[in-house]
Structures are given as C-alpha cells and as structure tokens.
Design a protein around this ligand. Structure first.
Ligand SMILES: Nc1ncnc2c1ncn2[C@@H]1O[C@H](COP(=O)(O)OP(=O)(O)OP(=O)(O)O)[C@@H](O)[C@H]1O
Length: 839
C-alpha cells in the first residue's frame, strides 16, 4: 500500500443466493485494482487501490494484504481510520468483526497491535485502551458502559435502555468508558461481547441488519498511535428494506443521514472545499480528527454484493470510493497565524493540482489502455472479417468443386450404367441365343445347310452361264467362219451377177412385179405368204433346174443359205460355209412418205426347226451381248438368272414377273423417286430408241428399227411414233428389258419416259424398246400377226404386197419424216444382201 492519505479497496462478498461467478455482476479486471460492474445498460469500470473477492481471499488474507501495513503505522504512533462502507447486507459487519469461523479486521488488528514483536518504546508489551461507541439515531452510546442510566434523548426516539449516551465535544465522546489491557484475547472477547449489544433489526435485505454505526477506538499507549475501526450502518431504501412504521423510517433516515454526511465530508475534502461539514452528523463529528490530523490515514473498505439486484447501490458505493480516492491530502487544522494559513492553503492547492495531474495522467493511461484495447479489437475484427472472407471464398470454391465433382460423378455413373446396360444386353442376347439353340439345336445346322444350298445354287448358275458363254462363243465362231466364207463366195456371185442385180434393181424401181422378177434366175423372189415356205424359200432355178446334192449348184445367195441351214442342221459337221442368205434388191426400200415398195427376200427352205436354229444364232449373239451388259439405273427390271434353256434353245433372261414392273412404278411413288424423275425429266437430250420384237426371235436378236426422240418423251408418245411405221399402236405393249420382261401397263406409259427403258449396247444415248404382242390384241389370235410385228409400211404406202408376205421378212425401214432410222445393216441392204450374222 502506498502512502496516500486515503486508500480505497473493494471487498466483494459471495453471492447471497450461492450462485457462481458467472452470475456475478462484479468482476475483477487485470491487475486486481479495477472492478467492472455489469448491468442491463452495460458495464462500468472503477479503479481502486485493490479489489478482493471473498470467495478467493479469506479475511486473514485480506487483512494481511490491505490492513496490516496500516496497523503497523498505528503501532508506531500513527493514526489510521478503517471504515466499512457499503449498502446493507454487503458484509460490512462480517468484514469488521468476522464470524464464528474466522476473525474480522478488528480482532486481527487488536492481535496485531498487542502481539507485536516489534520493539515498543516503553517496554515489551503494548498497552491498548479501547472505546466502543454506537451511533444510533444520531446519538452516541457507550457500549462498554454497564449499569448506566440513559440520558434523555430526543422526544421522537426512545433511548436505548441500559445504554449510556455520550456527548460529543471537540470531535470526541466525552466520558466514554474504556477498557485496557495487555492481553489481546481478553480485549477481543470484551469487544465481541459489547458488539452484540448493537441495535440490529431484521430487514428484507439482512436478517441482522445493523441499525447503528459502530466505532472501535484503539489507543496505543506509549507510541500514541490510534486506530479507529468504523462499521457503518448500511445505506438502504425504506421500501426496499421493508421499513414499516415511523420509527423504522426515522431509523432509516438517520442511518442515511450519517452516511450522507460522511459522503459530503469526503467530497468536500476531495474537492478542497474550505468548509467541511463535519457537524452534519455525529459520525463525521467523531471522525473529524481522522480527516484533519497530520499524518492520519484513512483506509476505506468498500463492501459490495455481486447480486445484480444491488447494482444501483453498488454503483453508489463505488462512486463514493472513487471520490474518496481523490482526497490527496487531508485538511489540517486551521493555522493559528495568517502566514501559516497561507502556506497551508498553498500546500493544499498544490496538492490539489498534483492530484488533478495524477487524475489526468490516470485518465490518460486509462484512455491509452482503452485505445489499445480498441485497436486490438479493431485488428481482431479486421482479422475476423478477412478470415470470414477467406472462409466464404473457400466455401464457394468448395461448393463449385462439389458441384463439378457431382457432375463428374453423375456423368461417370451414367457412363457406367450405360456400359453395364450394354453388357447386360449383350449377355441377355447371348443367353437368348443359347436358349434358342437349346430349344432348336438344329437351328444352326439348318442355317448352315441353307447357306450351302445358296452357294450350290450360285455355283450352278455360274456353271450354266459358263456353259452358255462357251456354247455361244463356239457358235459365234463357227458362224463367223461360215459367214466369212460365204461372204467371200457371195462376192464372187455379186461380181458375176452384178449386171443382173443392177437390172433387178432397175426393175424394182420401175415397178416390176414379182412374177416378172421370178424369171430372173439370180434373184430371190418374194413368196406369197400362203405359199409353202419350203418351196418359197428355194432359189429360182434358171437353167438346169437340178437341185440335187450331187449336182453342183451355182454360188448364189439361195445356195449359200441352204448350205448354212445344212450346217446348222448337222452340227459338228461344218466343213464349209454354207449360209442361207436373203437378198434385197438395192433400192427396194424407199423413204417413208413416198410411194415405195418394200422388198424382201425369201428362202427356199423354211422348216420350223431350221428357222429356230438360225434364230438361235441371233439370240445367242444377243444374249452374249446382254450378258456382257451390267444393269443400269432405269433399266428394265432385274433379270432372272435362273432361267435357262427354253424350247430347245438358250433363252434370254426373263424379268421375274409383273411385280418387277410394279416395283418400278411403286418406286416412283416416293418423294425421292419423283424428285429424281423430275431431275431426269429435265434432261431432254436426244435419244435413239432401238425397237425389237419379242416374239420374232430372229428379229429380237437385233433391232428392227430405231426412233429418234427426246429422252423425256413418254412411252405413250413413243408408242404412237412406232405405230406409224411398224404396227398399230394398240397391238403391242412395251416390255421392260430385252426379252421376257413384264409388259408395261398402258396406263403407266404416260408416266414412264423413254429414259426409263434399258440402255442399248451400253450407249447412254441409245435405248432399247422391246415390243410384245398385247394380250388383248386381235393380233394375238393371229399367228401371222404374232410372228410379224410390223405393220407393213406398204399398208400405209398402198403397197401391193400381201401382208402375209412380210410375215417372215426382216423389214428394214429407212428414216424419214418420223425419224425412223435404219438399222446397222442398211448398207448391206443397199447392196441387196443381208447377213443375219452381222451382229
Ligand atoms: N464474506 C462473507 N462471507 C460469508 N458470509 C458473509 C460475508 N459477508 C457477509 N456475510 C453474511 O451476510 C450477512 C450480512 O452481512 P453483514 O451483516 O455483515 O452485512 P452489513 O453490510 O453489515 O449489513 P447491515 O448494514 O445491514 O448491517 C451476514 O449473515 C453475514 O454472515
């Protein structure tokens, strides 16, 4: 403890309800010299000279820490006043006098003074005299006086029976009883006994509330020291204390009067007021020396309760202590002379200034301390904000990563599920196949057999095709050899009969009849249709008429034709080229639109088998070419490669059936096909349509005529053009393909264009039109019409030749107005001879 004249310490009792430290309204701050009071409005800090908590420090420790040094000064002759100040029930009496468990400050001080080992000026033992006074209702009673008669007091208050009232003069209680001794225990017991005489009363705040102030004055003999111990009555509120009745209220008023007087004295001293109201109360009158004697010390113990309900009284107590702390120098007694008074005043003023400076310095330190705390808190706040920001960013990043990871996991899971599903599907398919094989074990064998059958069929087809090709090749080679030989022979004949041919041509030109020409032995005359073919095809004998085999016959076309026929009748015996040749006089074919005659040649021998063989040659030639063709878009329906030899000779490939035609027509029903057809229809390039007749196998080997039309011409228009020169438009029908194709329905001819016909000899500008006799045509019932596809041009040109005469003729039509072009043999025809094997 310092040497400050007034020291203020706090003593915080335990919670009256036994609650813990958490519910305490008071807390000691760092350093142990500040206490913080919390309430609903906030908190307030008070700086004291020390703070002690009863739960942490007992009375002995508290005494040793804050009181013992003062008592030592007293023993040494000093003067000290120890005051217990605080609201009712705060533990003032407990601190002063203690309890049955521990001794209070008064007893500890008495023991300290009397049992001191310190050398005392007058002997080893200290003689102590003690007065015990009670200030009750502004009256001073002597607690040590026994059997005394109470002096009359104020009318309003009854005197304490058996209690001696004392007068106060000069700041002292006159005639007060004292006890003395050198045995501290004896004095302690005596004091304890008289202390129990104090007026107490049970209130709402304290079951044994002191209604009076108690003062114990210990005078140390010899050294002159004086220790005054004051236990003040607690300031209280009448309503709060439950004071009922005028006497109780007067008691409370008197108690507060003493406390208020002491407060004002302290404030005046602290403020340096020239007037100190000591006389406002008996208590302050008795304590005047404590404030005014030089070297006097005051130790003010502020008792406080941690109960929040006493917060207001606790604040008043702490404010009072803070005010007492401002007392820097106790006022001295007024100096006797003026100079001394001036010096004293100067000293007081200087002391006040120093005190002010100390207060300012203390406040500055407190401000600095608060500022440091504020900065620390601000830095912590900034740090917390940065941490919060980093935490927020981290949380957002983690959230993004979580979302991303979730998406990846979901994608991975979907992929795995898909793989698993595919795997399961495959396993199920395998399982299903296994089950099928289990149920039908011959299934696999069946498929194998089926495949083998297909392979075998294809091999057979290939073999047939090879056979056809070989046969056709050999026959063609044979035919070419024979024809070349016949050609050579015919050249000789032509050379020999050139003059006759010219005459014949002239005769035709001049309109000679067939009978006229029959007389010419070198001319092959036209034979009426009714005549027997056998005879009609025989050459006209000119001189000897010997036609026997032994008789050499002249080399004429008829003879060549006969030899050729014989050659085919006896296959394998071909030793010479004996070819039957039909001859047409040059100029026999006239242009269309002019009056003309169509010449034709006849053969002398025409048996059906012989004709068939000759026609086979052309068929084979045609087939050979057709075999070399590859199907093209827009061609006739697909060929049936399985068809083979029919009627004893190789037949062409046949379209499968009408379904092929239907498929073609159906194919035009789709938007894509119509678009393609529309695209193609824009192509109006010129096209040469070669016409073949299906039923006339000889004619089928090569075209009977060609028609020059636009590629966008419909089949209906083509029918009209062909019908102008060949046959009546209603007597035939187109077929898809070369031979055997399905007939095209008349209704579809308007929709089908020329470009839908198959290519001829793979030439993109050539098309092939195969005609066949219509089923409903009257020509069908007529063998002659069936076998003679042509409508005799002479019919249109008023020809005199009977229609039947042309039934077995190959008619060559030279192009005219209708753009009917000649076939490739027209040059040969112009020379009066036609070789069937030209192609
Ligand atoms: N530190 C403490 N430890 C234990 N009990 C205490 C303590 N302080 C006070 N008490 C108890 O609280 C009650 C009131 O104490 P006390 O009488 O000392 O209060 P007071 O301030 O003197 O009140 P009043 O002014 O009304 O006399 C007593 O029963 C006492 O035993």
């Amino acid at each position: 403890m310092g040497s400050h004249p007034v020291e203020v310490v706090g003593r915080i009792r335990g919670h009256p309800d036994g609650k813990g430290e958490q519910s305490s309204a008071l807390s000691v701050l760092a350093g142990g010299k500040s206490v913080r009071l919390r309430c609903d409005q906030g908190y307030r800090d008070f700086v004291l000279d020390g703070v002690s908590v009863a739960e942490e420090e007992n009375l002995r420790a508290f005494y040793a820490k804050y009181v013992e040094a003062r008592v030592d000064d007293v023993r040494a002759g000093g003067r000290c006043t120890v005051m217990m100040y605080g609201p009712t029930g705060a533990g003032k009496s407990h601190t002063m006098f203690g309890s049955s468990k521990e001794a209070g400050v008064a007893y500890l001080a008495l023991h300290q003074i009397m049992k001191s080992k310190l050398p005392v000026p007058h002997g080893n033992r200290t003689n102590v005299t003690a007065n015990v006074l009670e200030i009750y209702n502004e009256e001073v009673y002597d607690l040590l006086a026994s059997n005394c008669v109470a002096s009359p007091g104020p009318k309003s208050l009854k005197p304490i029976p058996g209690r001696a009232r004392l007068e106060v003069r000069g700041g002292k209680a006159k005639n007060a009883t004292f006890i003395s001794g050198e045995d501290p225990s004896k004095l302690v017991n005596e004091i304890a006994n008289v202390e129990k005489r104090r007026v107490v009363k049970s209130t709402n705040c304290n079951s044994r509330s002191s209604r009076s102030h108690c003062m114990v004055v210990l005078n140390v003999s010899g050294a002159g020291g004086k220790l005054i111990l004051v236990d003040m009555a607690g300031s209280e509120n009448s309503d709060q204390a439950g004071s009922i009745g005028s006497e109780a209220k007067i008691q409370t008023g008197k108690i507060n009067q003493g406390n208020g007087a002491l407060r004002r004295v302290v404030e005046c001293i602290a403020n340096g007021d020239p007037y100190i109201p000591y006389r406002d109360s008996k208590l302050t009158m008795l304590l005047q020396d404590s404030f005014e004697e030089d070297g006097a010390k005051i130790l003010m113990i502020l008792c406080a309760s941690p109960d929040g309900r006493d917060a207001y009284k606790t604040i008043c107590t702490l404010e009072y202590g803070a005010k007492a702390k401002c007392i820097v120098r106790l006022p001295s007694s007024p100096p006797k002379d003026r100079a001394t008074f001036a010096d004293g005043m100067e000293a007081v003023l200087l002391a006040r200034l120093r005190h002010k400076d100390e207060c300012i310095e203390r406040l500055r330190q407190e401000y600095d301390q608060k500022e440091r705390e504020r900065l620390e808190i601000a830095q912590k706040l900034i740090q917390r904000q940065e941490d919060l920001k980093a935490l927020t960013l981290r949380t957002e990043k983690m959230e993004e990563e979580k979302v991303k990871r979730l998406a990846e996991l979901q994608a991975e899971m979907e992929r795995m599920m898909k793989e698993k599903a595919d795997e399961l599907r495959r396993e199920m398919e395998l399982e299903l196949q296994l089950q099928v094989h289990k149920i039908c074990p011959e299934n696999g064998q069946y498929r194998l057999a089926e495949l083998e059958k297909v392979i075998q069929d294809q091999r057979q087809e290939i073999a047939v095709l090879h056979l056809r090709a070989e046969r056709a090749e050999s026959q063609v080679q044979e035919f070419l050899q024979a024809s070349s030989q016949a050609w050579a022979e015919s050249n000789d004949i032509v050379d020999m009969d050139l003059s006759n041919s010219i005459c014949m041509s002239r005769d035709f030109t001049n309109g000679s009849t067939a009978d006229d020409r029959a007389g010419d032995s070198s001319v092959v005359s036209a034979t009426p249709a009714s005549a027997d073919n056998e005879q009609a095809l025989k050459p006209v004998e000119t001189s000897s008429g010997d036609t026997g085999e032994d008789t050499p016959q002249p080399l004429c076309p008829s003879n060549l034709e006969k030899k050729f026929e014989l050659q085919f009748e006896d296959k394998g015996k071909i030793s010479s080229a004996e070819v039957s040749v039909g001859r047409i006089e040059a100029g026999a074919v006239s242009p269309v639109g002019t009056k003309s005659t169509i010449d034709h040649f006849t053969s002398h021998e025409r048996v059906a088998s012989r004709k068939a063989r000759i026609e086979n040659i052309f068929l084979l030639c045609g087939n050979h070419r057709e075999l070399a063709k590859s199907p093209r878009r827009g061609d006739a329906p697909s060929w049936d490669t399985t068809s083979d030899i029919q009627d004893g000779h190789l037949s062409p490939f046949r379209p499968r059936d009408r379904d092929s035609l239907k498929a073609v027509l159906d194919s035009l029903s789709t938007p894509e096909a119509l678009h393609a057809a529309a695209t193609i229809s824009n192509d109006n390039s010129d096209t040469e349509v070669y016409v073949k007749w299906e039923s006339t196998k000889m004619a089928a080997g090569k075209p009977i005529c060609s028609v020059h039309v636009s590629s966008s011409t419909s089949l209906a228009d083509l029918r009209t053009k062909i019908g102008l020169h060949v046959i009546s438009p209603s007597d035939f029908s187109f077929s898809l393909g070369d031979f055997g194709g399905a007939p095209i329905d008349r209704a579809a001819e308007n929709a089908l264009l020329v470009r839908s016909l198959p290519l001829h000899e793979n030439n993109p500008n050539w098309r092939l039109a195969c005609l066949r006799t219509s089923a409903t045509s009257p020509a069908k019932s007529s063998p002659s019409s069936r076998s003679t596809p042509f409508k005799p041009v002479e019919n249109r040109a008023t020809s005199t030749s009977p229609p039947s005469a042309s039934s077995n003729k190959l008619v060559k039509v030279r192009g005219g107005e209708e753009n009917i072009a000649p076939v490739a043999d027209i040059d040969v025809l112009s020379r009066g001879a036609v070789f069937f094997c030209k192609h």
